[in-house]
Design a protein around this ligand. Structure first.
Ligand SMILES: *[C@@H]1O[C@H](CO)[C@@H](O)[C@H](O)[C@H]1NC(C)=O
Ligand SMILES: *[C@@H]1O[C@H](CO)[C@@H](O)[C@H](O)[C@H]1NC(C)=O
Ligand SMILES: *[C@@H]1O[C@H](CO)[C@@H](O)[C@H](O)[C@H]1NC(C)=O
Length: 120
């Protein structure tokens, strides 16, 4: 990764594919560089409709994975302590697709973000 100034934030995340049988999950874009104060979108798609739950995780540099939010298509998103909808807005557009918008970026948002899907 490039070295970071006060206003540059690097986000990167892995593309994940072929988890389990007949399941395809992918998120994009792979890597983002954004300015402080901007917003950014991360998309996640999975094609196995029984996976009702989608999760977004954050991994700050050299730290462990932390769950941000879980979403289903039928009820409100459930945020973990320390994370808010005002900052991490998740739109579950269908059972296949979720969009997370991270707002008002600061250097504290520098992390790798992952999405995951599961049945419960
Ligand atoms: C999901 O997509 C993968 C890769 O394109 C494909 O092999 C699989 O059959 C698809 N599964 C469903 C349930 O559509
Ligand atoms: C994020 O996606 C939403 C919905 O598609 C769009 O309205 C918005 O402009 C996007 N924001 C950015 C920063 O790309
Ligand atoms: C964005 O975050 C900065 C630093 O936390 C804060 O001072 C500012 O009020 C925030 N702006 C908005 C529009 O939320």
């Amino acid at each position: 990764l490039p070295s970071l100034g006060e206003t540059a934030i690097v986000f990167c995340f892995l593309r994940q594919k072929s988890v389990g049988v007949a399941l395809y999950i992918e998120q994009w874009p792979g890597k983002i560089l954004q300015r402080a104060g901007d917003s950014l979108n991360i998309s996640c798609y999975q094609n196995y409709s029984n996976l009702a739950y989608m999760f977004w995780y954050q991994q700050p540099p050299k730290k462990g994975l932390k769950l941000i939010v879980s979403s289903t298509s039928w009820r409100h998103n459930s945020y973990e302590h320390g994370y808010s909808e005002a900052k991490f807005e998740v739109t579950r557009e269908s059972s296949f697709y979720a969009l997370m918008t991270i707002k008002n970026l600061t250097s504290k948002d520098e992390a790798t973000y992952f999405c995951a899907a599961s049945e419960r």
